[in-house]
Design a protein around this ligand. Sequence first.
Ligand code: NAD
Length: 479
Amino acid sequence: MPQVKLDTNLFINGRWVEGKAGSQPNIDPGTEELIGVVTLADGSQVQAALDAAHRAFPAWSGLTGQSRGAVLKKASSLLNERIQEIAEGLLLESGKTRADAFGELRRTVETLAWNGEEAGRVSGTVHPGIVVGSTRLSVPIPLGVVVAITPWNFPAVLVGRKLGAALAAGCTVVLKASEFTPYTARAIVETLVDAGVPDGAVNLIFGDPAPVSRQLLSSSMVKAVSFTGSTRVGKQLAALAAPNLIRPIFELGGHAPVIVWNDADVENAVQVTAPAKFGSAGQSCVAPTRYLAHHSVHDALVDALVAKTKTYELGHGAEDSTTLGPVAHAGRVASFLHLVEDAVAKGAVVKTGGKKLERAGFYVEPTVLSSVPRDAEILVEEPFGPVATVQSVDTIDHAIDLANASDYSFAAYVFTDSIRVRDELVSRLNASNIGVNQTAPSLPDVALGGLGNSGYGYEGGREGVLAYMHLRLISQAHG
Ligand code: NAD
C-alpha cells in the first residue's frame, strides 16, 4: 500500500499548529488500523482562527475578483498535480474505492477552477432611477467571515465547494472539517496555501464538534455558516446561528426515490442508478434508496437490481479488484443492520446481502430488500449505506404518494419513455434535484440545494457564490 502521512494539525493564521485539546485517531475503515492522528482545537485556538479570518477579510475582499480567482485556479492545478498521492490518503481514511476517490478529486479540481473563473465574473445590475439622470445599482459585496462545516462522506469536493465559492466571493473562512477525514481537508488547504492564499483567509480546525460549533456561531464576527451534514445536526446549527442572524446555507440529508414506469428500459434504469446507489458505499445524500417499480416491471427490476448488486466486489479501497468499499465507521454498520432487521421483522424480503462481514473493517454486504412495508424505518430514515428497497406501485398517484412520503426533499429519479408520465411525475415530485432517465450530478456550474428537511440555500453556480454575498442597493443622482 502506498505510504501517505495522514497526521493532521490545525491551520490558523497561516501556520500549521498542534491542537491543544488532545488528539483523535484516524482509523482506516477497511482495516480498523490507526493511520494517523488529528489534533483538536481548544477554545483559545477556535478564537484565534476566528480572529485571523476577521483580520484577513479587508485585504482579501479588497483584491480584484480576478486576483482571488487566480489563487483558486492555481490551487486547482496543484490539486491536479497531487491527485495521485491525495487519492491514496482519501481512500485510506474514507474507505472509498480508488475509482471513487479519483472521481471525487477530479470533481474538486473542476470545482476550484470553476469558482476561480466565477470570481472574476461576479457582477451586479444597473436599473433606472426615480429622478431624471439617476440610476440604481445592485452591487454584490462579500459578507465577511464564513464558518464552513463539512462531513466525511465527500471529504474533498464538499470542502472544495465551500472554500471555492466563499473565497471567490471575497469572504474569509474558518473550516471545521470532519474529524473522520482530516487528511483530505488538510491536503486541499495545502493546495490553497501553496497557491498563495494570504495568512488568515483560510483556517482549518478540528475539535469536539458540538462545543466548537457553539463557540464559532456565538461570535458576532461570523456572517454566514455553510454546513453539509445530517438534518439532526443542521437543526442544531440553525438554532445556534439564529441569535446572531448568521446566514445559513445548509445541505442536509436525502432519501431519493426512483420511479421506474411500465415503459422504462429496466436494465438501463439499474445500470444508470447503480453507481449512484453503491458509489461511496451508498453514503451519499443523492443515493437512490427507494425504488418504486410499476407492478408490470417490478419483478424484472428486482431481478436486474439483484444481478447488478451481486457484481460488486466488496473489499478494501486500495485493492484494485474492489468495486465497493467499507462504510465509514462502526456506527454506520450498526445503523445498516438495525434498518435491515426492522424491515425484515415487518415483512420485507432480503433478495441479496443483508449482513455484515465477520472480518476487520466496517464491511456490509450490498443489499436489495423487496416487499418493504410502508411502516419500515428504512423508508423514513436515511439508510446511508449500500442498501436499496423496492416497492411495487400501481398508478401515478400511488407512486407519488410513496415517493413524497418523506420529510426529505432532495434527489429523485424517474425512468420512463413517456413525455406525459415524465411531466406529471416531475411536476408532482417533492424533490429539488430530479434525474430523468439519468442520474442527477452535482456539478460546479449550476445551483443545487435541498428543500424541507434537506436544507436551504444553494451551492454551485453563480447563486453558490452569491450565497456568500449581499446585494447592496445604491440609488444615485447627480449632485
Ligand atoms: P454529521 O451531521 O454527523 O456531521 C457533519 C459535520 O458536522 C461534521 O463536521 C461533524 O463533525 C459535525 N458535527 C457532528 N455533530 C455535531 C454537533 N452536535 N454540533 C455541531 N457539529 C457537529 O453528518 P455526517 O454523518 O458526517 O454526514 C452525513 C450526512 O451528510 C448525511 O445526512 C448526508 O445526507 C449529508 N450530506 C448532504 C449532502 C448535500 O449536499 N445535501 C452532501 C453530503 C452529505
